[in-house]
Design a protein around this ligand. Sequence first.
Ligand code: NAD
Length: 261
Amino acid sequence: SLQGKNALVTGSTSGIGLGIARSLAAEGANVILNGFGDLDEINKLCAEIASETGVKVHYIPADLSSGDEATKLVEDSIKTLGSVDILVNNAGIQHVSAVEEFPADKWEKIIAINLSSCFYTSQAALPAMRSAGYGRIVNIASVHGLVASPFKSAYVAAKHGVIGFTKTLGLETAEDENVTVNAICPGYVKTPLVEGQIKDQAKVHGMSEEDVIRNVMLAAQPNKRFVEVSELASMCVLLCSDQGKSFNGTSVAIDGGWTAR
Ligand code: NAD
């Protein structure tokens, strides 16, 4: 159980981050949600998670393409809940384009949000974790932190960077009492966005949804099934628990065999 722990999950207004926030709350951790979205809907979400789990749930907006805002997000979270014991760096964006046409502003944004924000939030969160004798940083990287695909140069570079950063912090915290830094590397995950893509691709290619999943979207994922958000959330809970205390500086691939190739 994570009863009484305080967690900040970046990019948790949708998708994987939201699933992780829900699971941490279900384990008893108070949570700070962050990310973009409609304020009324986000407030509803906070109230819903709070009433389902009995924990405190707050929303703190921040644009993580700014280092200053990333630092301030952690400071504000500490002010709101009293501490950040669990930091999940999940916010991320993607852009797909050949390198010659890759827009420079997209490159900068992807590096800032997907990689540099992890530096700013971790730097702000670590000192108090170390003095408290408990802390968990979980970086949501990707299989693209371990292997590449064409046309995703910024994303692949940023995610490889996240894994390097994770290894380094793992070593820097190695002798601290119960402070760990790890990464989760998901393969293709079933989020509402992806479900929409399956339907669209099926129409465009005149293929069945099954064929689109198998031969288009999951061409590189050997098990030919999407990873469920709940599987990632369960791993995050394990990494944060006492039984997770010897995972450090490592990357856990949850990818249906993708990186075994
Ligand atoms: P998503 O688009 O559903 O959620 C992304 C979240 O990040 C949202 O809450 C969004 O508001 C927030 N966000 C975006 N830009 C932000 C910014 N500048 N500042 C603050 N918040 C911002 O995406 P997702 O699929 O849930 O992805 C979450 C993470 O998982 C990302 O880091 C992504 O790279 C990684 N990932 C996703 C998949 C997949 O198949 N979906 C696979 C591997 C890794």
